[in-house]
Design a protein around this ligand. Structure first.
Ligand code: NAD
Length: 261
């Protein structure tokens, strides 16, 4: 194989990684040999146990650092405390659904802070570390909603479009260096949060599990299949490979054809 993917000796910091896509990416990067730093805003025993499990099973160093991505100073502290950041995955995100006139201001502020501004703060601290190390990868988890819109998700869509813009600027500012910046744009991914919505929606619409998935959740995903957290991890790992060294400033859709429609 011309391009092997080994991330041995690299350190990856993944924001919002005690569940879902962030955790899936952490596992895949660790399996490729990277030391990983997990993060969320909680500081529970399970959070630290999760890091220990990744360390034990993947044979790498894994740590959990508590930091609230809604606060700029804590975003910056996360990277400082990690001490090294060769691979930065900006993944933390929340959602709220409401029409614009009724959209709660505090939800708007929180979504813009967690889903977009956190990536600016972490990148600001991580780039000098990548420059000292002579190599770096910034991977921002945007969304199909970073490229298209839907009603009632104003803050999420504004933030995800913003993340795509930040990704392009990061790529241009690092273009002549061995550092790349890209955004992964997932469609619907079967994470615990999505799984939990299925039984309620089945009751609400008197539908089977299959009908809810196909006719309610995956209406805009032509493959009619969820993407998986492992696929997100695999895409992130590929972006860290030498084969991806000239891929920068772009978006990679992992959305079963959503954005082709
Ligand atoms: P999730 O709820 O399982 O994961 C979100 C993560 O962010 C969790 O680990 C949570 O603890 C963390 N988080 C939330 N608020 C935080 C804060 N203030 N500080 C630190 N961490 C915080 O959901 P997910 O589906 O895995 O989403 C992960 C990312 O993927 C998000 O940015 C989301 O927008 C994006 N995404 C998800 C889907 C999907 O279908 N699941 C699709 C497109 C994009």
């Amino acid at each position: 194989m011309a391009y092997e993917i080994s991330l041995a000796g690299k350190t990856a910091v993944i924001t919002g990684s005690n569940s879902g896509i962030g955790l899936g990416i952490a596992w895949e990067l660790a399996r490729a040999g990277a030391h990983v730093v997990l993060n969320s805003f909680t500081d529970a025993e399970e959070d630290h146990a999760l890091a220990q499990q990744v360390a034990d099973e993947a044979g790498v160093t894994a740590r959990y650092i508590q930091a609230d991505m809604s606060k700029g100073d804590q975003c910056r502290r996360l990277i400082e405390e990690a001490g090294r950041c060769d691979i930065l995955v900006n993944n933390a995100g929340i959602q709220h659904v409401a029409a614009i006139p009724e959209f709660p201001v505090e939800k708007w502020d929180a979504i813009i802070a967690i889903n977009m501004s956190s990536a600016f703060h972490t990148t600001a601290i991580a780039l000098p570390m990548m420059r000292s190390a002579g190599w770096g990868r910034v991977i921002n988890i945007a969304s199909a909603h970073g490229l298209t819109a839907s009603p009632y998700k104003a803050a999420y869509i504004a933030a995800k479009h913003g993340v795509v813009g930040l990704t392009k600027t990061t790529a241009l500012e690092t273009a002549k260096e061995p550092i790349t910046a890209n955004a992964i744009c997932p469609g619907y991914v079967l994470t615990p949060i999505v799984e939990k919505q299925i039984p309620d929606t089945m009751k609400e619409y008197d539908m089977s599990r299959e009908e809810v998935i196909e006719n309610v959740m995956l209406t805009r995903q032509p493959s009619k299949e969820f993407a998986t957290v492992e696929q997100m991890g695999g895409t992130a790992t590929f972006l860290c490979s030498d084969a991806a060294a000239q891929i920068t400033g772009t978006t990679i859709s992992v959305d079963g054809g959503w954005t082709a429609l």
